[in-house]
Design a protein around this ligand. Structure first.
Ligand SMILES: Nc1nc2c(c(=O)[nH]1)N[C@H]1C(S)=C(S)[C@@H](COP(=O)(O)OP(=O)(O)OC[C@H]3O[C@@H](n4cnc5c(=O)[nH]c(N)nc54)[C@H](O)[C@@H]3O)O[C@H]1N2
Ligand SMILES: Nc1nc2c(c(=O)[nH]1)N[C@H]1C(S)=C(S)[C@@H](COP(=O)(O)OP(=O)(O)OC[C@H]3O[C@@H](n4cnc5c(=O)[nH]c(N)nc54)[C@H](O)[C@@H]3O)O[C@H]1N2
Ligand code: SF4
Ligand SMILES: [Mo]
Length: 719
């Protein structure tokens, strides 16, 4: 028997785990009480890591699709050769932009994918890069790029020291924080209230976070941009602006005052569903608190005004002197300095340098938005996508218009998936390369240190021995990389580069980055290295966040241009929202659809373990009792939820937690498509909400999908 300590890499919280292993099988997982960040907290998904590793449906060896559509095993080297040969053949015939890559959410939790995928993309030479980020947080990255100079310089609320936390469109008690690494958010919010602090939540659903709050207000989905404009208006109108030290490096404040001049609380009250007095009071409370932070996530990002609304979140924080101050809106100082390394070693820095072929959408950080991936596959012409690499994702269930995504992936000449499940998307692949799973590899978090609410660092030792003849994500990427490079650099040079790289990635690369990073050489004898970090099996506490501006800004002259033209030119669109008719309540069966997360689910996966299933239907449609009564729906009834894109069926659950005129359904379900192979997941009921979301709804600045506030009709099934 052996006991191991390492972080869970399933979500951003990165909780410390204590794992007991006997005969290479996990016999116990619990929270690591000595982890300085999570202090013993663990969620049910962390415990279910045992099931992931024991799952007979998890793929361990490569598969090749036969002509009749079935699968057959293929050896690793033969699989790598086949993949490279097919990709290179397509590239020779159709050019660099005939091959694309979709990166799923789990790549951010792996040091190998994060450090090696940029090299593979460069070797491919393609502009067709897509990821889950454009159904998630692209507005935040775009603003960080425009305001702070790196898409990865992302401020976080100093949740452990703030006196006032305003949460807009996030449910951190369930998500455990996002673009805010803060394991056990519930404990942290309880502590906030215990020290006399105030928690305010703005959300169309009374969420688990709202249940803990001093105040919760429903908001009409999609209307946050108006609420925030009215709050910023109130700051100017009531002379509540105090920039603090930001006055020395922030420009453009007056321009913001002019932009929001018409946005009185009265002007937005109807559209937001929040009355004018409340908007004024919320603003005064926020401005008056000794320390405060406004924090927003998916409920703001996944709207058609994602960037502009999120920009006003920054404005609210900056104009009240919260930026870079204790208890406010702060930056982490990560041991692996992703904001700097990522910006300097990749082509992340840039916006609108080129546009997408079919819909003319600006690239951002060298990516196109996922809402246009299917267009690029299905539309003939120069630059059409003919081959895809699907890496750790499931776009059929997670990107809008999943049925069209199915059609598109099916239409490809060739598709390779790097994933350990035969899911709704990877079933379209010609070859599947399954990497070893989380606890079968060493791991170092190179991403979430940059958005942590407390500076810390932790190395993850390998806990389980992988099966014989398996490969890690690092092995797979390195093997594909040299084969692609061989085409242009020659086999001999590519092999040589491969040998050098195999010795360098990811260990030596990360070690070198640590040594030159903020906690490296300049700290003298206390300088961190990978070896030093590995000695601390529970992780190393690097202390609370400290002010880092303007030094850490990566903008010209180290200044923040708050009135950045990319955002201010969007203002006429915001005005049209103010003048337009509200979408909801047009017809009694017309609703705005929002999403929801559950502690026992993780986007489209972790659904194959019975330990996380059971209980009530996870994929039911929540509806307010007034709406249900009016339409004659009752709990357990079946309804059809429809948009112009399509329709799905769902079971209704009547609940006062959701705002009248709004219905709520989670994404990532609907495992009934033929040809996937996660048998327990397939036994669950529920439809994929992305079968009715529309790729036409998106934030035109960042390209982010607008999957919340979706106008839908809800009718009794069969009517
Ligand atoms: N309607 C609607 N749609 C949404 C959202 C929403 O709120 N509403 N949320 C969006 C958000 S925030 C996100 S992040 C996306 C997620 O969208 P995706 O990233 O497309 O989907 P996931 O479910 O995260 O995909 C996980 C896949 O990665 C594989 N995987 C897990 N770990 C590893 C690994 O270590 N290596 C490899 N190679 N593969 C691995 C799993 O087997 C699984 O098949 O969904 C988005 N879609
Ligand atoms: N258990 C669990 N944890 C997860 C995940 C998971 O699938 N399961 N996924 C992980 C991922 S990839 C991510 S990105 C994070 C996401 O982290 P969060 O953003 O905290 O997660 P959500 O639960 O989607 O919270 C979005 C909230 O916005 C509200 N909302 C919807 N529309 C609007 C609107 O128009 N305005 C306002 N103000 N609110 C609105 C919704 O009701 C919801 O409560 O969670 C991560 N953690
Ligand atoms: S919250 Fe759960 S899934 Fe996320 S890191 Fe912690 S244990 Fe893992
Ligand atoms: Mo996400």
């Amino acid at each position: 028997m052996s006991v191991h300590y390492r972080a869970c890499n399933l979500c951003e919280a990165s909780c410390g785990l204590q794992i007991t292993v006997e005969d290479n099988r996990i016999t116990d997982i619990r929270g690591d009480a000595d982890d300085p960040m999570s202090q013993g907290y663990v969620c049910p998904k962390g415990i279910a890591l045992a099931d992931l590793h024991a799952d007979p449906d998890r793929l361990r060896h490569p598969l090749r699709k036969r002509a009749d559509g079935g699968w057959e095993p293929i050896g690793w080297d033969a699989a790598f050769d086949l993949v490279a040969q097919r990709l290179l053949d397509i590239r020779r015939r159709h050019g660099d932009d005939s091959i694309g890559m979709y990166l799923g959410n789990p790549i951010t939790h792996g040091w190998a994918p994060v450090t090696l995928i940029p090299l593979l993309l460069n070797a491919l030479g393609t502009k067709h890069r897509y990821s889950a980020a454009s159904v998630d947080q692209q507005p935040q990255h775009l603003l960080s790029y425009l305001l702070f100079g790196s898409p990865l310089l992302l401020p976080v609320p100093d949740i452990d020291r703030t006196d006032h936390l305003l949460v807009i469109g996030a449910n951190p008690v369930v998500s455990n924080g996002s673009i805010m690494t803060a394991p056990d958010v519930r404990r942290r919010l309880r502590a906030l209230r215990d020290r006399g602090g105030r928690l305010v939540v703005i959300d169309p659903r009374r969420t688990e976070t709202a249940d803990m709050a001093d105040e919760h207000h429903f908001i009409e989905p999609g209307a946050d941009v108006l609420l925030l404009a009215a709050m910023v208006h109130t700051l100017f109108a009531e002379d509540l602006i105090t920039l603090g030290s930001a006055q020395f490096y922030v420009d453009g404040v007056e321009v913001i005052g002019d932009l929001v001049a018409d946005y009185t609380p009265e002007a937005v009250a109807d559209r937001t569903g929040i009355d004018a007095d409340t908007i004024r009071r919320l603003t005064r409370d926020f401005a008056a608190a000794p320390t405060a932070a406004a924090y927003a996530r998916l409920g703001v990002c996944q709207t058609e005004f994602g960037t502009t609304a999120y920009w006003l979140v920054h404005a609210l924080n900056i104009l009240t002197g919260r930026l870079d101050t204790t208890g406010g809106w702060m930056f982490s100082l990560p041991a692996f300095d992703l904001p700097v390394i990522g910006a300097k070693t990749t082509d992340l820095i840039g916006y609108d340098r080129w546009r997408s072929r079919v819909r003319n959408i600006p690239e951002f950080a060298a990516e196109f938005p996922s809402i246009t991936l299917a267009d690029e596959i299905l539309t003939p012409g120069q630059g059409q996508l003919r081959a895809m690499i699907l890496y750790a994702g499931n776009p059929v269930l997670t990107v809008p218009d999943g049925r069209r995504m199915d059609t598109a992936l099916d239409d490809l000449e060739f598709c390779v998936a790097v994933d350990f499940y035969l899911n709704e998307s990877t079933r379209h692949a010609d070859v599947i390369l399954p990497p070893t799973a989380l606890l079968e590899r060493e791991e170092f978090d190179v991403v979430f240190g940059a958005v942590s609410v407390h500076n810390h660092v932790r190395f993850g030792e390998q806990v389980l021995d992988p099966d014989d003849d398996t490969r890690s994500d690092a092995d797979i990427l390195l093997e594909l990389l040299w084969r692609i490079e061989a085409d242009r650099n020659g086999r001999w040079r590519a092999r040589l580069a491969h040998r050098a790289r195999s010795g360098f990635f990811p260990h030596r690369f990360v070690d070198a980055a640590l040594r030159v990073g903020p906690w490296g050489l300049r700290k003298g004898r206390r300088a961190l290295s990978l070896a030093k970090i590995r000695k601390h099996e529970h992780g190393l506490d690097l202390g609370p966040l400290e002010p880092v501006l303007p030094k850490r800004l990566m903008t010209e002259g180290k200044r923040i241009r708050l009135d950045h033209p990319v955002v201010t030119t969007d203002w006429p669109r915001v005005h049209s929202l103010l003048d337009g008719e509200p979408d909801a309540h047009r017809d009694p069966d017309h609703f705005l659809l929002i999403g929801k997360r559950h502690l026992r689910s993780n986007n489209s996966w972790m659904h194959n373990y019975s330990r996380l299933l059971g209980g009530s239907n996870r994929c039911a449609l929540l509806m307010h009792p007034d709406d249900a009564q009016h339409l004659g729906h009752s709990t357990g009834g079946q309804v059809t939820v429809a948009t112009d894109v399509g329709s799905i069926t769902a079971e209704v659950v009547i609940s006062e937690s959701v705002m009248p005129g709004v219905v709520c359904l989670p994404h990532g379900w609907g495992h009934s498509r033929e040809g996937s192979r996660w048998r327990t997941a397939e036994s669950t009921t529920g439809s994929s909400v992305n079968d009715i979301t529309d790729t036409a709804r998106f934030d035109p600045l960042s390209g982010n999908a607008a999957v919340t506030g979706v106008p839908v009709t809800v009718r009794a099934f069969g009517r």
